[in-house]
Design a protein around this ligand. Structure first.
Ligand code: SDX
Length: 402
């Protein structure tokens, strides 16, 4: 403690902004986007409509939705040159490191978004030109996110990039490019497209999580939105955050069978292992998204068949929720058990964090836009520290050192 300055480890008690976008009550397990409960949006809305709500603050009229949908889908293709970035990676590169790099590269394709080329605050003015410029970057980022993700999948398989036929839904066009269902000819599957759309709604935003904070930290210097989004990918990639959905499945595979769950939980209590998919900085009860995931999983498994890991996952849930060690620490299932659905749909394991990043681009860009247009202007995020290093001391030439 120095004067009024106190280190708040992990920002447990630090609010960095005021926001109109997402509300979470961690004690009661409440999540609302612009005031609408996540349960109602998952049940009645779709991902693009929810994206519009998160970004512009209101549910769109039919004409506003149609225009937004067309803008996003028209921006879903990429410049052919960006393919070289994908092909510059090792054959076995993690798709999240590819996605992080490609978003950063994308910024250089749109000079109107790049402040360093224009040397001015491109988006913080309130004039029509800067708002239209901002909207175009938003359409591009949301439209291209699934395409870039699919390209990261296909490049690793040594396969050509493909452009989906017109008329497919947002998730349908993505699944077409992913063809992870192993179908020679993609046949739209409404159950799986809707399930992925619901999962995208659940992952769209979550107020000041680590990756959104990272995007705003970067964005506060007025860098271009593509570079800011790339920093969000880098943060989300970590196994304590978005990388947990991949870590959950690797954990279940390593446990092997339901009978091994008790021994695994003992290792967790001895802090030899982490219980991925459990715990949350804000929720001190079950994550409301995990209940919707359970229902969505039942629908998907009717189409894909149940994954053998389900039994181990259920035993883990049942035992951990009754165990004093976890209950005392408020460790409940979080959003990251959705990996069981992704696995059943045929996505590769290391692709799961990418399935988190694609929808989270909307939350990142909604918070970035809110920052750029804040009435009192953009203030660079530059926290202080408390110095505990050596006092002043004189330089010693190398010949005089021990
Ligand atoms: C997401 O922030 C968001 O909103 C994130 C997210 C979003 O939508 O953006 O919701 C998405 O990232 C969900 C979380 C995914 N991560 C995981 O599933 C990884 C496993 N979870 C943990 O790493 C942990 O719970 C965190 C990172 C999620 C939260 O960590 P905190 O808030 O810093 O809590 P902590 O580490 O201080 O833990 C408190 C106690 C500790 O025990 P003690 O030292 O007090 O004895 O609980 C223990 C921790 O050791 N603990 C766990 C645990 N999580 C916390 N012990 C075992 N397994 C765990 N998973």
């Amino acid at each position: 403690k120095v004067g009024l300055r106190v280190v708040d480890r992990g920002f447990l008690n630090t609010a960095v902004i005021q926001s109109y976008i997402t509300f979470i009550d961690g004690d009661r397990g409440i999540l609302r986007y612009r005031g609408y409960p996540i349960e109602q949006l998952a049940e009645q809305s779709n991902f693009l409509e929810t994206s519009y709500l998160l970004i512009w603050g209101e549910l769109p009229s039919k004409s506003q939705y149609d225009r937004f949908h067309d803008e996003v889908m028209n921006h879903s293709t990429t410049h052919v040159d960006i393919e070289h970035v994908f092909k510059s990676f090792r054959y076995d590169a993690h798709p999240m490191s590819i996605l992080t790099s490609v978003f950063a590269a994308l910024g250089s394709y749109y000079p109107e978004a790049n402040p360093s080329l224009q040397g001015q605050n491109l988006f913080t003015k309130k004039d029509l030109a800067s708002v239209q410029n901002m909207d175009k970057q938003i359409y591009r980022l949301i439209g291209k996110a699934p395409t870039l993700a699919a390209m990261a999948y296909r490049v690793r398989q040594g396969r050509h990039f493909i452009t989906p036929p017109p008329g497919l839904s947002y998730t349908g066009a993505f699944l077409y490019q992913m063809d992870c269902l192993g179908q020679a000819e993609y046949k739209p599957n409404p159950v799986l497209e809707r399930a992925l759309d619901i999962l995208f709604i659940l992952h769209a935003d979550h107020e000041m999580n680590a990756s959104t904070t990272t995007v705003l930290q970067a964005g506060s210097s007025l860098t271009d939105p593509y570079s800011a989004i790339a920093t969000g990918c880098a943060s989300l990639y970590g196994p304590l955050h978005g990388g947990a959905n991949e870590a959950v499945i690797r954990m279940l595979i390593s446990i092997g069978s339901p009978d091994n769950v008790p021994a695994f939980l003992e290792q967790v209590k001895r802090r030899e292992k982490l219980l991925s998919g459990f715990g949350h900085r804000v929720y001190k009860t079950t994550d409301p998204r995990s209940r919707i995931i359970r229902r969505t999983a039942d629908e998907v498994f009717k189409v894909t068949g149940k994954d053998p890991l389900i039994e181990t996952a259920m035993r883990l849930h049942d035992m951990a929720l009754k165990d004093e060690y976890f209950v005392k620490r408020n460790l409940y299932p979080n959003v990251d058990f959705c990996g069981l659905i992704y696995k059943a749909m045929g996505f590769p394991l290391d692709f799961f964090p990418v399935l988190f990043a694609v929808p989270r681009v909307v939350g990142w860009i909604a918070h970035w836009r809110q920052m750029m247009l804040s009435p009192d202007g953009v203030k660079i995020w530059r926290p202080r520290q408390i110095y505990i290093g050596p006092e002043e001391r004189a330089y010693e030439p190398i010949g005089q050192r021990q």
